[in-house]
Design a protein around this ligand. Structure first.
Ligand SMILES: NC(=O)c1ccc[n+]([C@@H]2O[C@H](COP(=O)([O-])OP(=O)(O)OC[C@H]3O[C@@H](n4cnc5c(N)ncnc54)[C@H](O)[C@@H]3O)[C@@H](O)[C@H]2O)c1
Length: 372
């Protein structure tokens, strides 16, 4: 199969869909890989790295799209990219179609077979192509929060790990899923006094087991949240209610109960944020202050560490890329129900009922499509 990987064109996106290692693996399986010149630069990969892996380098995106039977990307295709998609092509990337009628319309009009990273599932009911980015954002959260706590950034001038004779910072993490557990691991490692709150008792029990006394778990009632944030130097918002906007768990009125210069890191900002005073920020201008509390609300946190993020995403996507290339999309999704869950469009047919419901479009399930 001819696999194409264009340079990402969405602003502030430095990841790339295929690493040189992934390209080498595909070439080793007898496939051709065509990468756009400079596509890996944002993640620290040169064109020479791809050439050494056996890939070809194309001068521009048009050449990649024209040549490829399968396009592997990171972000949803932008309008100019969508115009280059074809009926005989497979597109494998993040799509996030439900809030995006224009993209959905264009993918359907192109006839492309689109498979969305974010809806591929695994045997444990998880989302294996979303989890690596949650791991990255979670581990980054205490790091950026520690930076924001520094005096020059408006923070209260508290060192996360304290020093002998001076207590460490209190870090409260609301939501103990993938992001929350990853944040807890780094905050504990930095020596902070960490409390993780969740509404799932089994999840709290799991965290209590694996951290073996290095953090405190607390059921996330409104009263417990109000109580804990009063003494918090940093609060990390990491909740998710699948398919819904994040619930607002800290109100503006509560900010005045927190120590001046405390920091809120709202990782859940991509779902609207879980603090009432959150609004999305960018890596160029990541923090702002409301009522003396510093807010960090970057919606694409993994972009700050593009190289690590590309490698983590590439590890997760590679087995699926290889299955799609080796078997062709139809056999690959027939053999793998978890990959099948990612099928979003095929030859003008929407194959994601949740996207259909969100956009008021008719849709069939991937199983119905394969049976037809
Ligand atoms: N900003 C970014 O760059 C970025 C990157 C990755 C993920 N995210 C976001 O981070 C959030 C968390 O993702 P995740 O992968 O950890 O999800 P997850 O499903 O693994 O974990 C979410 C946790 O929140 C808990 N929860 C739900 N409602 C709660 C409540 N009211 N109080 C306390 N806990 C509650 C759930 O029980 C679950 O344990 C999501 O909104 C995700 O989109 C943001």
């Amino acid at each position: 199969m001819r696999i194409g990987c264009p340079k990402e064109v969405k602003p502030q996106e430095f990841r790339v869909g295929l690493t040189p290692e992934a390209a080498a693996e595909a070439v080793g399986h007898g496939h051709q890989v065509v990468i756009e010149a400079g596509a890996g630069a944002g993640s620290g990969f040169t064109d020479e790295d791809y050439l050494r892996a056996g890939a070809q380098v194309a001068p521009d995106a048009a050449a990649v799209f024209a040549d490829a039977q399968m396009i592997v990307k990171v972000k949803e295709p932008q309008a100019a990219e969508r115009a280059m998609l074809r009926k005989d092509q497979v597109l494998f990337t993040y799509l996030h179609l439900a809030p995006d009628p224009d993209q959905t319309h264009d993918l359907l009009a192109s006839g492309v077979t689109a498979i969305a990273y974010e809806t591929v599932t695994d045997a444990r009911g998880g989302l294996p192509l979303l989890a690596p980015m949650s791991e990255v954002a979670g581990r980054l959260a205490p790091q950026v929060g520690a930076w924001a706590l520094q005096k020059a950034n408006g923070g209260r001038g508290v060192l996360l790990g304290g020093v002998p004779g001076v207590r460490p910072a209190n870090v409260v993490i609301i939501g103990g899923g993938v992001v929350g557990a990853a944040a807890a691991r780094v905050a504990v490692g930095m020596g902070a006094n960490v409390t993780v709150m969740d509404r799932s008792v089994p999840r709290l029990s799991y965290l209590d087991d694996v951290f073996m006394g290095k953090l405190t778990t607390q059921y996330a009632s409104a009263a417990a949240t109000a109580d804990l944030i009063r003494g918090a130097d940093m609060v990390i918002g990491a909740v998710l209610i699948p398919g819904a906007a994040a619930p607002k768990l800290v109100t503006r009125a509560q900010l005045s109960t927190m120590p001046a210069g405390a920091v809120l890191v709202d990782v859940a900002i991509d779902q609207g944020g879980c603090f009432e005073t959150s609004h999305a920020t960018t890596h160029h201008d990541p923090i702002y202050e409301v009522d003396g509390i510093i807010h960090y609300c970057v919606a694409n946190m993994p972009g700050a560490v593009a190289r690590s993020s590309t490698l983590a995403l590439g590890n997760a996507t590679l087995p699926f890329v290889m299955a799609l290339a080796d078997k062709g999309w139809r056999q690959a999704v027939q053999d793998d129900a978890f990959l099948r869950a990612g099928l979003a469009t095929h030859e003008g047919q929407l194959t994601s009922p949740p996207v259909g419901a969100a956009l008021n479009l008719s849709a069939v399930t991937p199983d119905q499509l394969l049976a037809s």
